[in-house]
Design a protein around this ligand. Structure first.
Ligand SMILES: [Zn+2]
Length: 650
């Protein structure tokens, strides 16, 4: 992945005043040293959303507890990823983002994509104008009128018409200087097998531009007017479009900032839903719902609703979809999203249903959507119950065990066990155990067949700065005996009080950390001072930032805090309190001394642990090894003495 230069991020954060950035979305009023407004991320009536211009961060004291710097705010509110958010702000505040040196090949590909995107935009314009054309667009307008698509809808979704010719778009794009190859790369042209000529792919169809989440046109869907075959043609995957990574209408749906996304199958469904007021609807673009799409959903919502026909085929499809999605969720750790299933009666799709029964009736269907656990329980019951024979307990149990084993949430599984136990006349605890056993077996089967997870080793990858440290610091303190490389490890996110304080004071010291008259070279914190993986990573990032830009700020570190947990809680929630305290200390020397105090205490305790470890090794060491161990011990002891003396001076 290409990195945006550190200097650009710093420049963006210094120019993009947080009050200004947030202020263009939220109306803010000053109170004390903060600005306050209604939180844009959760519903509230009294302002609990604060902005602290001095720190460059925002924080919601209400239900959602969201917080971070200007970049994070833009990521959240615009639904962008990190580099996109930086570019967004850079654009707005006039910071130039230099393109980092890339290989010639990458450069070419980028240029190619740009040109392909331009072709798609030209095509959208062409389709739109063709639709408006008195003569050419007539059949399309007649069809649209029949389908009840009004002008506002057509304009909103950029709907157009592809004339019934083989070359009108081709000739237009050609005249703008694009090559046949570029046109083929765009996915909306084809090469004829008979005469080898490139020609328009969409002819005589109502055209739906497909946008990415940012609103760029990346593909088209074309619907036949009337009963033509095939009914729908969609752009194939292309240089700029991978259908499993996108949703139709997500660019519109995300603006609703609903915590819920409704997923339907086709763009006509999505458009019908938007028109009916369900503007948080997206369409899955004709693929089986993918893991990438579920992850995409989780960036915008914490609940997704899917519709299935109420008939048997539809309901079986629902079960398959649930199994698949719960499977994705198990793999996507950290993705927190709840799935709901809604049943549309009479074998209708949402579009057809709304047309026949009206919006209000459809709203009830949405409201009656069931969480997967409820849905599966009901399903297991209905499938195995008949009026004559009552409940077939054997088969009911079988279904419940299988269904509940898919559910990742333990509480949900246990509540399913409770319900099932009622029908089975069994002990809930026993049912719960059986469910978990089935689940463990599933997981075991899966993990045996899948490749090994990426392995993390605990070894510190000391940054360049640390390798310039005097030798005495390079003692291998804190090192652990090598673990078997193949053993996958959990990330250890633990941190002690002292470690949290140390990191907070380091950030509060900012550029003073780099001033050797304030903090000596050897007194700069380093990853090895910390025990947990997460803290090591954060410190590594901090040192990286210092190295590259000569200072560090809370706002800058907030980017990293937003990605990790500390002691099981979001790091941003943990760090803010520590930072507040550190930052409140205005006297730089006092601040420095507190920093050193924490640093020295930690280093002493690391030394003590290392001494213990060496003493343990000593027992079973050979004579030669003992000589080395003794050397190490005395080096550690010297080092510890030095720190103790320094600590005493504070
Ligand atoms: Zn909030």
């Amino acid at each position: 992945m290409r990195r945006i230069p550190e200097s650009v991020i710093d420049e963006v954060l210094s120019r993009a005043d947080i009050a200004d950035v947030v202020g263009s979305y939220v109306s803010l009023k000053p109170k004390g040293s903060n600005l306050w407004g209604l939180c844009p991320f959760h519903d509230e009536k009294t302002p609990s959303f604060s902005v602290n211009p001095a720190k460059g961060i925002y924080w919601c004291f209400g239900a959602c507890q969201k917080g971070g710097n200007a970049i994070k705010f833009i990521m959240e509110i615009e639904g962008l990823n990190y580099p996109q958010a930086i570019r967004f702000l850079a654009d707005k505040y006039g910071v130039r983002v230099p393109e980092e040196a890339v290989s010639e090949e990458e450069e070419k590909l980028k240029e190619k994509k740009k040109r392909v995107s331009a072709i798609l935009s030209e095509a959208a314009k062409f389709y739109y104008l063709s639709y408006q054309d008195t003569e050419i667009g007539k059949p399309a307008r007649e069809y649209a009128a029949k389908r009840g698509l009004d002008k506002a809808t057509l304009d909103h979704f950029g709907i157009g018409y592809s004339p019934k010719t083989w070359d009108s778009l081709y000739n237009l794009i050609k005249s703008k200087g694009y090559t046949d190859e570029e046109m083929l790369d765009s996915g909306i042209f084809k090469r004829s097998e008979t005469n080898n000529k490139v020609h328009d792919m969409f002819r005589g169809r109502l055209m739906f531009p497909i946008f990415d989440a940012m609103g760029n046109i990346i593909a088209f869907g074309g619907r036949a007017l009337g009963d033509g075959h095939p009914k729908y043609i969609n752009s194939p995957d292309s240089l700029v479009y991978k259908k499993q990574n996108h949703f139709y209408a997500l660019n519109f749906a995300k603006k609703e900032k609903s915590n819920q996304l409704i997923v339907v199958e086709g763009y006509m469904d999505a458009i019908a839903m938007h028109r009916a007021g369900f503007r948080n609807t997206v369409a899955s673009l004709g693929t089986a719902f993918t893991e990438a799409q579920l992850r995409l959903c989780s960036r915008y919502a914490n609940e997704v609703i899917f519709f299935f026909d109420a008939d048997n085929a539809g309901q079986n499809a629902a079960i398959r979809a649930i199994e698949m999605m719960t499977g994705y969720l198990r793999k996507l750790s950290g993705v927190d999203i709840r799935i709901k299933i809604a049943k549309v009666p009479d074998g209708k799709d949402p579009d057809g249903y709304i047309k026949e029964n009206g919006v209000e009736s459809f709203r009830k269907i949405v409201e009656h959507a069931q969480y997967v656990d409820e849905y599966l329980l009901e399903r297991a019951y209905n499938d195995n119950y008949s009026d004559e024979k009552g409940l077939d307990k054997g088969r009911y149990q079988e279904d419940v065990l299988r269904y509940a084993s898919w559910i990742n949430d333990e509480i949900m599984r246990s509540s399913m066990a409770g319900v099932a136990a009622g029908y089975l006349g069994a002990n809930p605890e026993a049912v719960f155990k059986r469910i978990n056993a089935v689940r463990d077996a599933n997981i075991k089967n899966q993990s045996e067949s899948s490749a090994r997870t990426i392995v993390r080793t605990r070894r510190d990858d000391l940054s360049a700065r640390n390798s310039q440290m005097p030798d005495e610091i390079m003692i291998n303190v804190g090192a652990e005996p090598d673990k078997a490389i193949s053993e996958p490890e959990e990330v250890n996110d633990s941190a002690s009080e002292e470690e949290l304080n140390l990191l907070a004071y380091a950030i509060a010291l900012g550029d003073s950390l780099m001033d050797e008259t304030i903090v000596g070279r050897t007194d700069l914190l380093r990853p090895a001072d910390f025990a947990g993986d997460t803290m090591k990573t954060l410190v590594k990032e901090l040192i990286g930032i210092l190295d590259r830009s000569g200072t560090v700020s809370y706002a800058r570190m907030a980017d990293f805090f937003s990605q990790v947990t500390i002691n099981g809680t979001e790091a941003e929630n943990v760090m803010l309190a520590y930072y507040d305290k550190a930052e409140n200390e205005k006297n730089i020397e006092v601040k420095r001394d507190l920093y050193l105090n924490y640093l020295f205490k930690i280093r002493i305790s690391v030394c003590e642990k290392e001494e213990k470890r060496i003493l343990n090794l000593y027992q079973s060491a050979t004579a030669e090894e003992r000589v080395i161990l003794q050397k190490n011990l005395s080096a550690i002891s010297d080092y510890k003495n030095k720190i103790n003396i320094a600590l005493g001076r504070l």
